[in-house]
Write a protein that binds this ligand. Sequence first.
Ligand code: NDP
Length: 433
Amino acid sequence: IRRNPGEPEFHQAVHEVAESVVPYVIQHPAYREAGILERMTEPDRTIMFRVVWEDDAGNIRVNRGYRVQFNNAIGPYKGGLRFHPSVNLSILKFLGFEQTFKNSLTTLPIGAGKGGSDFDPKGKSDREVMRFCQAFMTELVHYIGPNIDVPAGDIGVGAREISFLFGQYKRMAREFTGVLTGKGLEYGGSLVRKEATGYGAAFFLEAMLHHRGEQLEGKTCVLSGSGNVALHCAEKLRQLGGTVVTLSDSAGFVYDKDGIDEEKLEYIKVLKGERRGRIADYAERYGCEYHAGKAPWGVACDVAFPCATQNELDQQDARDLVANGCRAVVEGANMPTTVEGIKVLTGNGVLYAPGKAANAGGVAVSGLEMTQNSMRLAWSAEELEGRLKAIMQDIHGKCVEYGSGDEQVDYVKGANVAGFRKVADAMLAYGAV
Ligand code: NDP
């Protein structure tokens, strides 16, 4: 705490990992003697910079840009860029730290990083977003590269922002390389990338249920968010026979007890994507319930998928879920459940899949985008979805291997220990660096 004052989200993430990894380290003195966990909690480096851009009215605006290069023991730094007014060093350090374990779990050779800015793309014109992205990349270009650090999207950074960022990188570096993932298909992007995080979370639930001898078919699912992760998760859950009854945004949630089908999902994709509208419009159009200023955790369900943001599901929300019959919580977002919330869930026998395992599908297909860029070829959607599903099953298998106890699988312990081992062994091999 003395070394990292004012970083509550970072402390929360480290604490959660330490709880399961410290007992493992105690059993394996080589890790302890080499100070591996202490080294893993300190980023390799943190870059912070000024971003100056001009708005449409001709005013000069100043934001702060960040890139936290957390750990490159097993591959180039890799992790998203987030543009949101809440972005600060604590949030990016927590995300970069989590990314270390997540990327390790994917089985791919990718290290961990995270970055972004307190810039808010909401309410900005396309040209303002372009000027901001160009200004941001004008500095970031010095620190990234296809074998150094390969950023991707996250909250507030979608296809539009990645295109502006990539265009500016290409112009400044005078080279065409796969330095960002989530690119457009015309210039090195991968099929199934935009679907990957949401699809992967649905595949992870399927694996958890199969492990217990249950099927996904017929399960009622409650989701938060209506962005990239939530919408694609809803799409795959439907395809696998689940019924999705809620979606939300930062203003409230919709409850559609008939289920959100394909046609309705297409409507939301346009509403929240191209039109950058509010989820409340969905309730008006389809005549279902809208709850302003609330999250959907009070709705009865078999499975809950928090897919919006960190700490969006607290102790009381967890109690509501338990009381309403929820039997599994699968995190599409990063660290959406508070520490107290997790205790309530696991203490009541709810299967709990942490984001670092359940939402690793996005970075996994980003890793596959890097592979395709290096080989200068493009795989088909079927090939990629098959690889994604296999990776999610593999991650599930590792969680079972390292997280099996007396009763049900401890997915937190399984994901943390399995993710830790690979990075720790590489760091041990390098000696004290
Ligand atoms: P998007 O920007 O596409 O969507 C975010 C959604 O969450 C929107 O519906 C947004 O509502 C809502 N939201 C954002 N902030 C808040 C808040 N403070 N309170 C309530 N709702 C909020 O982001 P993604 O779908 O890409 O990311 C969602 C989560 O998944 C994040 O935690 C991200 O780190 C994680 N993740 C994303 C991956 C990816 O591939 N995209 C990969 C792995 C994890 P509104 O429209 O009102 O802003």
